[in-house]
Design a protein around this ligand. Structure first.
Ligand code: SF4
Ligand code: SF4
Length: 219
């Protein structure tokens, strides 16, 4: 899933400073799961905004709404009545959601209220870790299902680097496991250690064309 973090309040306040009535719009999928932009966070941000503006004696009216997925135009369209009532929108969705909202309501300024950080998974209560950098040329078949692109601090496709610390920790950050030690152990468990001797050619970055576009054929 996509992981995001709320922007600092000062930055959000600056973005909506010229407006008296805004819609605070959440997304009920990834950003809700990582506690950044779901219905609850929408309510908290709207209340914080009203309080901050009230303290400045410059009241702001906030409408609140959360759609299931802000990265789908049909779902964003559900907000048209509310958007028509406000001067601007504060979106707590990921970058894709913010842009979908901005495309659908081109005449309204749409501001991001979160920073989209990475594709990851929950590791423990309140902690999410990066798992994939959407590189467009997946190596997981050769690495025991552990991504060297984002889980190795140097993104090494042939590892380890030689600096791995005792206990299998990364030389860049002793708090993190060396991805290549994890890969070794996983391949060992699977009886596939021969893959550690196989050279992985430099990555073909042309596999990721910007802007990305995938046309899937329904089975
Ligand atoms: S190799 Fe590329 S596509 Fe595969 S998990 Fe890593 S970043 Fe994602
Ligand atoms: S110690 Fe391991 S994870 Fe850290 S940079 Fe070297 S190979 Fe990558």
């Amino acid at each position: 899933m996509i992981i995001a973090e709320r922007k600092p309040m000062a930055e959000i306040s600056r973005a909506v400073a010229p407006y008296k009535k805004v819609l605070v719009a959440g997304c009920g999928t990834c950003v809700a799961v990582c506690w950044a932009g779901g219905e609850k966070e929408v309510g908290i941000l709207a209340a914080q905004l009203r309080l901050a503006r009230s303290a400045e004696e410059n009241e702001i009216v906030t409408l609140e709404a959360t759609v299931e997925r802000q990265c789908e135009k049909e779902m964003v369209m559900e907000l048209r009545d509310k958007v028509s009532e406000v001067e601007a929108v504060l979106s707590l969705a990921c970058g894709a959601g913010v842009q979908t909202m901005a495309d659908v309501f081109e005449d309204k300024p749409v501001f991001p209220a979160v920073n989209t950080t990475f594709i990851g998974m929950p590791e423990s209560e309140g902690v999410w870790v990066e798992m994939c950098g959407a590189c467009g040329d997946c190596y997981l078949d050769r690495t025991g299902g552990i991504c060297p692109v984002v889980r190795c601090a140097k993104g090494l496709l042939n590892g380890p680097c030689g600096g791995t610390r005792k206990g299998g920790k990364c030389e860049i950050d002793a708090g993190k496991d060396c991805a290549w030690v994890l890969i070794y152990r996983r391949l060992e468990k699977q009886g596939r250690l021969d893959l550690m001797r196989q050279y992985n050619a430099p990555k073909n970055f042309r596999a990721v064309k910007r802007p990305g576009r995938v046309q899937a054929v329904r089975a």
